[in-house]
Design a protein around this ligand. Structure first.
Ligand code: NAD
Ligand code: USQ
Length: 403
């Protein structure tokens, strides 16, 4: 394997930190950029990671002590500090830029107009600044971006969701049928998911116009906390979000079970979603780095997920192993009460991904993380109170649904 010079943007976050460690462990030269926006939003919300996360300085020192490997770090806001970003890229000339640096919580993006504007400005500018800088500097960097399954929406239109492109057959004026590959139609369900749909067009343009090599990974909901590398030392521990804005459903359920809180199923829990364990996320990133697309004008789009479940099924599985109670509560989101979802993930499987299943990983996660750090949970941060529409404001109180 050829060692690469890799820049991880958003490398202080939940997916970015373990990815940076994994790539460093594989022998790549890794640098991180982050503006600590995620840590600042925790302060703004009064929330915290269930796991106690160290400062970036302590994290990098621990990594050096454990492995002898050095990861460089620069604090840059890639959405607003274009000049700093360009300067760094000019000196690093990375082979690969992995872009995790966006506001990623759907509920936070729907909280109010400030959060909507912030999410759009941050995410679109961050993505565009990276693409513009690579182009201006004539770099050969392969961009690997973290997109989301949610760009497609979650409708079961009777077909398996393909990896990015839909083959369509257009009847021409001359009565001939013209086959075309178009981006699978987007149907985002939040302002956050909308920014990921907009990112797709930025990628399409720069791949076509400037022949940039871009991989867009449409990832499902990530669950779990630790990876082989973050387990090496407590100072390397990954973050675990459980609050109503940033906590994702399965990790929330695990934490709720650990503190004896009923599992907060929205509505009937009939929403089907795609999932992937964090250990598989970092493996997918390594595979994406190793397998860049050709410079052929087309974005490589892969679905990064390993299994689908309804929220109701997840609650039942967690309840079975922990005896937790289940509470069906009002849904603050504007989403289908029930949906089916089938997703094609054949590329990562063909590249060698061996998925960790829910069955294998849930018990470990419950005991090693949720139970161990249960005392750090602030119970008042559990309800999901960011509503999707103005009509639902002000202040949804998440009450159990009538039977
Ligand atoms: P996270 O919020 O934990 O990490 C994102 C990191 O990016 C944070 O450390 C934040 O400070 C940084 N950041 C944000 N804006 C920045 C900016 N302008 N300049 C520099 N740094 C910036 O989120 P995560 O869960 O690690 O998600 C990473 C990426 O993966 C996101 O783009 C998200 O959309 C995508 N994703 C996440 C999940 C999931 O379940 N967590 C699922 C699918 C896709
Ligand atoms: N849900 C509950 N109870 C809860 C929390 C959530 O029933 O306590 C439900 C929601 O209503 C929703 C589903 O669980 O139907 C998923 O919610 P989530 O918060 O776990 O995930 P989501 O908002 O979709 O966002 C997360 C990440 C985001 C990523 C996305 C991948 O925060 O960054 O892009 O998962 S995907 O969902 O595949 O688009």
């Amino acid at each position: 394997m050829k060692m690469k010079n890799i820049l991880v943007i958003g490398g202080d976050g939940f997916c970015g930190w373990p990815t940076a460690l994994h790539l460093s462990n594989l022998g790549h030269k890794v640098s991180i950029v982050d503006n600590f926006a995620r840590r600042e939003i925790d302060i703004e919300l009064g929330a915290n990671s269930l796991t106690p996360i160290c400062s970036m300085k302590e994290r990098l020192q621990a990594w050096k002590e454990e492995t002898g490997k050095i990861i460089a770090f620069d604090e840059i806001d890639v959405a607003t500090d274009y000049d700093q970003l360009e300067k760094l890229l000019a000196s690093l000339k990375p082979d690969t830029i992995i872009h995790f640096g966006e506001q990623r919580a759907a509920p936070y993006s729907m909280k109010g107009s400030y959060e909507k504007c912030y999410t759009v400005e941050n995410n679109i500018s961050a993505t565009h600044n990276i693409l513009a800088a690579i182009t201006h500097l004539k770099l050969d960097s392969h961009v690997v971006h973290l997109g989301t399954m949610g760009v497609y929406g979650y409708d079961d239109d009777g077909i398996e969701i393909p990896e990015g492109y839909l083959k369509v057959y257009i009847p021409g004026d001359d009565k001939q049928i013209y086959p075309r590959d178009i981006l699978y139609p987007t149907n985002p369900g939040s302002v956050y998911h909308m920014t990921k749909s907009m990112d797709q067009l930025l990628f399409q343009f720069y791949a076509k116009n400037d022949r940039l090599r871009i991989t867009d990974l449409h990832q499902g909901i990530v669950w779990g906390t630790q990876t082989a590398e973050t387990k090496l030392d407590d100072r390397l521990i990954n973050r675990f979000d459980y609050d109503g804005d940033y906590g994702t459903v399965l990790n929330r359920f695990l934490m709720q079970a650990a503190i004896g809180h009923p599992l907060t199923v929205h509505g009937t829990g009939g929403q089907t979603r795609a999932f992937i364990h964090i250990q598989d996320t970092v493996q997918c990133l390594a595979l994406a780095v190793e397998n860049p697309p050709e410079r052929n004008g087309k974005v490589k789009i892969l679905n990064q997920m390993t299994e689908t479940h309804t929220v109701r099924d997840l609650a039942n599985i967690v309840s079975k192993i922990t005896d937790a109670l289940i509470a069906n509560v009002d849904n603050p989101r504007n989403e289908a009460a029930e949906n089916g979802l089938r997703v094609c993930n054949k590329t990562f499987i063909s590249l060698g991904l061996k998925p960790i299943t829910l069955e294998e990983g849930l018990m470990d996660e419950t005991q090693e993380i949720a139970m161990r750090f249960a005392k750090r949970c602030q119970v008042n941060m559990i309800p999901c109170v960011s509503t999707w529409t103005e009509n639902q404001r002000p202040g949804l109180v998440q009450k159990p649904l009538a039977a």
